[in-house]
Every structure is written in structure tokens, then in C-alpha cells.
Design a protein around this ligand. Structure first.
Ligand code: MLT
Ligand code: MN
Ligand code: ZN
Length: 298
């Protein structure tokens, strides 16, 4: 299986346009510290690639990834569709930028589709421009594209819905899911969870089975949002398990056989500074921080 990391930042990106925190200031001063919004490109077969998430940076992300460039015909694109882990704006606003496509496909869980159609009106907005086909993303594996050798399935990880979708339908465990991408030919599996509110039993099972795990690294610890002065809430109450601490994700990841990388770093996260001592702490546990542009073959 072949994939490329298109971005590794949480909502707002790094730097965030209205933020003067040390992480954002550092990224302004040192362009190599910049991170685009968290997203992946995954090869479904020889011709077709799927984006995981459609971020506000989608145009730049496609340009930076040569696998996604158009050709040989003037409007041929290898981008066949988008798989959504959730309906958050940082993972969905880019859908509108795909309007120049002839057609594209969106794989999403039922509540995510409902929010995008009912609240963001993405269906009505895109209909005059392009043909969008929806496919339901569930816990049973389905081919990423018809005839593709990579299968995709969802592992529910959060009942937390986006703020713009407050009051739409009942609570569902599938508002945010981890994606399990499994290539039949090689038997290799990727688990991708940019938003992880609960390390539940199904997630543990999927993580134990996976060869590569790319997981929510939004906050270093539970108090980071309050300490940084951006929110009075804890990381957990915002739907993101912290990395560090007795019940942080680092300890659990370190126990897996998989190669494990963090993504979706908030701009307040000390890991946004390449010189931070937290990098050595993770490396000591065999854990990595994903970088924009990283190619992973598994
Ligand atoms: C999240 O990751 O929790 C969301 O993207 C938050 C947001 O951007 O509103
Ligand atoms: Mn986010
Ligand atoms: Zn900032």
C-alpha cells in the first residue's frame, strides 16, 4: 500500500492566520515548521487515488503531491474521491474546491453525510458544478474504489459532532471514526485516526492488527489548551486524547508492534518546535511525528 501524508496540523493549520502563539510565530519565522491541515493521499490502484479528508489546503496539497497531478488528458485527474473520518470543517471545507472535477466520490458515515448535506448544504452547492456520488462508510470493509485491492472500513471513535451540526439527529458513535485501510495483495493494514476521543476495544483490536498507525496528536497533555490560553477546556473534553500522561496515547502506542506516528498537531503543541525535548521522549518510546510530504509504503 502506498500513501503520502498531505498535512499534519489540526484545525487552523500552522501557522493559524489569527494566532501569535509561540508555535505559530515559530512557523512564520521558520517556514520549514509550517504544517498544512491533516490529510492523506492513498493509492487505490494503478490509476486512482483517494484523499482522506478534504481540507482548506486541498489545492496546495494536490500540487505538492506528484501522484495527484492531472494528465495525460487536459482534465484527467487521479483523484477519484475523498474518504471522510468526520464532518469537522478542517477535514471537509476542501470538498467545495473539488467543484472543477467531472465527478468524484465521497465515502462517509451516515451522520457525517447528514451534517454535510443538511447543514453545510454541500450537495446543493456542488450539484450545479460536478457530479458527487456518496457511498456509506461502515464497519464492514468495502473496496476503496470498484475493483481496487485496498479495502476501507470504519472504527467508531467519537460521538462528538462538529459545532455547526448541533441539534441534527441523535447522537451516534460514528460522528468520528478511525479508518482501517487494508491491502488484500500484501495483507498490510494502515489505521488512521486524526480525532481519537476514546481508545475503545474495537480501536485497540484494530491497532493491534495494524502495521502502521497514524493517530491524533492534537495536544501533548490534557491541560495544554488551558495553559496556552486558547480554551478553558481539557484536551479530552475537546474530543482528543492527549499524547502524554498516565492515560495518554503514547503509552498505548508504545505497546503495539506497528510503526506509530502522530498527526493533527495543534499549534499549541510543543511538538511543533523541532527542538522541543518532547521529540526525544517520543523517540525513546519508538514513536514518530508525521511530517508533511512523508511517503509511507507498507
Ligand atoms: C477538532 O479537531 O476538534 C475540530 O477540528 C475542532 C474545530 O476545528 O472546530
Ligand atoms: Mn480537527
Ligand atoms: Zn498558534
Amino acid at each position: 500500500m502506498l500513501l503520502q501524508v498531505l498535512g499534519t496540523a489540526a484545525g487552523g493549520g500552522l501557522p493559524q492566520w489569527n494566532c501569535a502563539c509561540p508555535g505559530c510565530a515559530g512557523a512564520r519565522a521558520h517556514p520549514r515548521r509550517r504544517r498544512l491541515h491533516a490529510s492523506l493521499a492513498v493509492r487505490a490502484d494503478e490509476r486512482r487515488w483517494y484523499l482522506v479528508g478534504a481540507t482548506p489546503d486541498i489545492g496546495e496539497q494536490i500540487e505538492r503531491c506528484s501522484h495527484l497531478h492531472p494528465g495525460p488528458g487536459p482534465r484527467d485527474s487521479p483523484v477519484a474521491g475523498v474518504v471522510l473520518t468526520d464532518a469537522e470543517l478542517d477535514h471537509t471545507l476542501g470538498l467545495a474546491r473539488l467543484r472543477e472535477a467531472d465527478r468524484f466520490e465521497i465515502l462517509a458515515t451516515e451522520p457525517v453525510r447528514g451534517a454535510l448535506l443538511g447543514r453545510l448544504r454541500i450537495g446543493e452547492t456542488l450539484a450545479p458544478y460536478t457530479r458527487v456520488t456518496w457511498r456509506e462508510l461502515g464497519t464492514d470493509a468495502v473496496p476503496l474504489a470498484a475493483g481496487a485491492t485496498v479495502d476501507v472500513s470504519a472504527v467508531p471513535v467519537a460521538a462528538k459532532r462538529p459545532r455547526y451540526a448541533a441539534g441534527t439527529g441523535p447522537d451516534a458513535p460514528t460522528w468520528a471514526v478511525a479508518l482501517r485501510l487494508h491491502e488484500r495483495a500484501t495483507g498490510r493494514t494502515l489505521l488512521y485516526a486524526p480525532a481519537l476521543a476514546h481508545w475503545n476495544e474495537d480501536f485497540e483490536q484494530a491497532a493491534e492488527d495494524a502495521d502502521v498507525v497514524i493517530v491524533d496528536g492534537t495536544f501533548w497533555d490534557d491541560d495544554e489548551p488551558a495553559r496556552a490560553g486558547v480554551s478553558a477546556r481539557t484536551a479530552r473534553s475537546m474530543g482528543h486524547l492527549p499524547i502524554d500522561g498516565p492515560n495518554g496515547t503514547a503509552r498505548r502506542l508504545a505497546a503495539l508492534r506497528a510503526r506509530c506516528l502522530y498527526t493533527h498537531l495543534n499549534n499549541t503543541n510543543p511538538l511543533t518546535d523541532p527542538d522541543a525535548q518532547q521529540h526525544a521522549q517520543l523517540a525513546g518510546s519508538g514513536l514518530e511525528v508525521a511530517a508533511d510530504g512523508m511517503v509511507i509504503e507498507l
